[in-house]
Design a protein around this ligand. Structure first.
Ligand SMILES: Cc1cc2nc3c(=O)[nH]c(=O)nc-3n(C[C@H](O)[C@H](O)[C@H](O)COP(=O)(O)O)c2cc1C
Length: 229
């Protein structure tokens, strides 16, 4: 698949067919994705790949945590935005689009809670990838490397006909993940990625997230000078 085509094609998938994804395919994707850049080639990412009963137990565990009123783990709040900001506006636009496609009215708290549970269940994907980092790596650069590997996973998955959703929600209860996978406390759990074969009939898969025009987020410097040399 052409690189530009893949970048344009990738979108977050929130509804999957139940077909399993083989270990070979998942390993292939991780091998390709590991060709990501990282600061000083530190390669800070560590993958934990979930499927089968382990994934089922984690889905149940996450939902139980929500039902018990547990708050997301404090070290796991990776998304925050000021009210009245452009970031909040974009988030609201996305939520409105998802809820409209899913037929969830704004005031229907129960259906909204069901959607939240669905995201804690990795959108019922047949597999999920958890990315963690050793706590000895404390600066921002490991996270940048993890961002690169994360995008590579999502792009490489397309070549296998797979869809992905990078999910903060899938990692808000690290204690559940640690219980069923053995990820030790010395590793910080950063993010999850739901992965599987897309169910193209699932309404939320029709979301078309808007992107700001490049001109609005770019400052061009030095381009008006005579560059004829
Ligand atoms: C760090 C990160 C965390 C995310 N967490 C979630 C999440 O918890 N739930 C979800 O539905 N989507 C999540 N997403 C997906 C974003 O909502 C999605 O990338 C964004 O709306 C743009 O849409 P697109 O991926 O289809 O281009 C996350 C994406 C990133 C990069």
């Amino acid at each position: 698949m052409d690189i530009i085509e893949a970048i344009k094609m990738r979108k977050s998938i929130r509804g999957f067919r139940p077909d399993p994804v083989s270990k070979e395919v998942l390993r292939g994707i991780l091998e390709i994705a590991s060709n990501a850049p990282s600061a000083m080639n530190t390669q800070p990412w560590e993958f934990t790949v979930l499927t089968g009963m382990v994934l089922e137990n984690i889905r149940l565990g996450n939902v139980e945590m929500l039902n018990s009123g547990a708050m997301p783990h404090p070290e796991h709040i990776v998304v925050g935005w000021p009210l009245e900001s452009v970031y909040r506006r974009r988030q609201v636009e996305l939520a409105k689009q998802i809820f409209r496609l899913m037929g969830i009215p704004r005031e229907d708290k129960q259906k909204r809670a069901e959607w939240m549970k669905r995201s804690l269940r990795y959108f019922d994907a047949p597999a999920a990838i958890i990315i963690s980092v050793d706590r000895s790596l404390t600066e921002a650069s490991p996270l940048l490397g993890i961002g690169a590997v994360m995008q590579n996973i999502c792009l490489a998955a397309l070549e296998y006909g797979l869809g992905t959703c990078i999910e903060n929600q899938g990692a808000v209860y690290p204690e559940v993940l640690r219980k069923f996978t053995g990820i030790p406390g010395s590793k910080q759990i950063i993010i999850s990625i739901a992965i599987g074969y897309p169910d193209w009939d699932f309404p939320a898969n029709k979301v078309e997230s808007s992107k700001e025009p490049v001109e609005r987020v770019t400052t061009w410097c030095g381009f008006n000078q005579n560059m004829s040399l």
